[in-house]
Design a protein around this ligand. Structure first.
Ligand code: NAG
Ligand code: NAG
Ligand code: NAG
Ligand code: NAG
Length: 340
C-alpha cells in the first residue's frame, strides 16, 4: 500500500518533485494554520504532510475531470486532507443499533411536491455544526438538527437556536456515543423519558474535541428545551416516503456510507457514490435530508442533506447527493414526528 502510494506520488509530481517540494512545505504550513492542526510528534507531522500532498493532488486531478464535465461534483482540501481514506473510514465506524425502536404512528402527510427544501422554502436560518475529528457523533448531531428544524417549522420560528448534540451524546450514548451509536437511541431518550427536554446549545455546549461523551448534566432550571412526543421510521429503500415527509416539513435522518474519497473531500455539485461504496459499507455518517430538486448543470435529480462537518465542508455544510432509484437514500431512516 505504502509503496503504491509513493509510486503514485512520484508519478504525479514527476520531474518537478525537487522544485515543488519547497512549495509543498509552504502549502502544508498554510494548511496547518488554516485548519489549526497540531501533531503529537515530528513523525506524525511528516505523515500528515505526506498524505496532504497526496490528497491535494488527487483533489486537483478530480477537479480537472470536473472541468471537462466528466464528473458532476468538485472536491476541495479540507480538515480530512491530512489523513488516508482508511483512517477517515475508521474515524466513522459502522453504526450498530443497540436499542429496540419504538416509533409512533407516522404523521399525516400530503403528496410530495416536485421539488422542496425545508430550509429555503420556510426561510429558516439553521447553524451548521462541526462534530470534529475525535468522536463519531453524527447520530447525535443529526438528531439535534432534525429536532431543531422540525420544531422551527411547527412553531413557525425562522431563527431557531441550535439544540445540543452534546446533551444527546452525554445522556443517550450508552457507552457507544463516540463510536457506533444510532439516532434511535437519542429519539428513544427524548420521547420515553418524561423529563428529557432537548436543551439549546448555549445552555448545554457542544465540545467537539472530546474523545468520549461526558457526564449527563442535570437540566438547568432556566433553560427551556424541546420535548418530543414521537418519531417515525421509514422502510429501507422507500425514497418516496422520504420525499413525502420532507415535502411536509419533516427533516429525515438517514445513514450514509462516507468512506469514499469523493465524500471525504466533497466540496460542491451533485455527488454520485462510487458503486464500490454501495455494497457492504463499513462506515456510517448520519445526514439530515432537508430537500430535493433537479440540478440543471448536471441534469441530475438530487437530495440536499445537512452534514455535521462544519460550514466550510461541502456546500456551506450541505451535500447534494444524486437521487435515483438504484442508489436509494432511505437507509435506517428516522425522523422526529411530533412535539409534546
Ligand atoms: C460543461 O457543461 C456545462 C453545462 O452543461 C457547459 O456550459 C460547459 O460548456 C461544459 N464544458 C465542457 C468543457 O464541455
Ligand atoms: C472541551 O474539552 C477539552 C478536553 O476536556 C477541554 O480542554 C476544553 O476546555 C473543552 N472546551 C470547551 C469549550 O468546553
Ligand atoms: C481532538 O481534536 C482536536 C481538534 O478538533 C485536536 O486538536 C486534538 O488533538 C484532538 N485530540 C485527540 C486526543 O485526538
Ligand atoms: C482555508 O480554508 C478555507 C476553508 O476552510 C478555504 O476556503 C481557504 O481557501 C483556505 N485557505 C488557504 C490559504 O488554504
Amino acid at each position: 500500500m505504502f509503496k503504491l502510494l509513493l509510486c503514485c506520488l512520484l508519478l504525479t509530481i514527476d520531474g518537478g518533485w525537487a522544485f515543488n517540494h519547497g512549495q509543498d512545505l509552504v502549502d502544508f504550513q498554510t494548511y496547518k494554520e488554516n485548519f489549526t492542526k497540531t501533531y503529537p510528534s515530528t513523525s506524525a507531522c511528516n505523515f500528515a504532510n505526506y498524505y496532504f500532498i497526496y490528497n491535494r493532488n488527487q483533489v486537483a486531478q478530480h477537479n480537472a475531470q470536473a472541468d471537462r464535465n466528466r464528473t458532476t461534483f468538485r472536491e476541495a482540501v479540507n480538515q480530512f486532507s491530512d489523513i488516508r481514506l482508511i483512517q477517515f473510514a475508521a474515524l466513522l465506524p459502522k453504526a450498530v443499533s443497540t436499542v429496540a425502536s419504538a416509533p409512533t404512528d407516522p404523521p399525516p402527510s400530503q403528496a410530495a411536491a416536485t421539488s422542496f427544501d425545508i430550509i429555503t422554502d420556510f426561510e429558516l436560518t439553521v447553524a451548521v455544526e462541526d462534530q470534529g475529528v475525535n468522536c463519531s457523533s453524527s447520530w447525535a448531531y443529526a438528531t439535534a438538527k432534525a429536532v431543531e428544524i422540525m420544531n422551527a417549522v411547527q412553531s413557525a420560528n425562522p431563527l431557531p437556536s441550535s439544540l445540543s448534540a452534546q446533551q444527546l451524546l452525554d445522556c443517550a450514548g450508552m457507552g457507544t456515543g463516540c463510536s457506533t451509536q444510532t439516532p434511535m437511541a437519542a429519539l428513544n431518550y427524548l420521547t420515553q423519558l418524561t423529563d428529557a427536554y432537548l436543551y439549546p446549545e448555549v445552555d448545554y455546549p457542544n465540545n467537539n474535541s472530546l474523545k468520549t461523551p461526558g457526564m449527563c448534566q442535570p437540566p438547568s432550571s432556566v433553560s427551556v428545551g424541546v420535548k418530543l412526543a414521537g418519531y417515525s421510521t421509514v422502510a429501507d429503500n422507500d425514497d418516496a416516503a422520504v420525499m413525502r415527509y420532507v415535502s411536509n416539513g419533516f427533516p429525515v435522518i438517514v445513514e450514509y456510507n462516507p468512506a469514499t474519497f469523493g465524500f471525504m473531500q466533497y466540496s460542491s455539485g451533485v455527488y454520485v457514490q462510487e458503486t464500490s461504496a454501495l455494497t457492504n459499507p463499513r462506515s456510517s455518517q448520519f445526514l439530515v435530508v432537508v430537500g430535493y430538486d433537479h440540478d440543471v448543470d448536471s441534469n441530475l435529480d438530487y437530495w440536499r442533506c445537512l452534514n455535521s462537518f462544519g460550514e466550510t465542508w461541502g456546500e456551506e455544510g450541505y451535500i447534494r447527493i444524486v437521487r435515483r432509484s438504484n442508489q436509494p437514500i432511505a437507509k435506517s431512516a428516522v425522523f422526529p414526528s411530533a412535539l409534546a
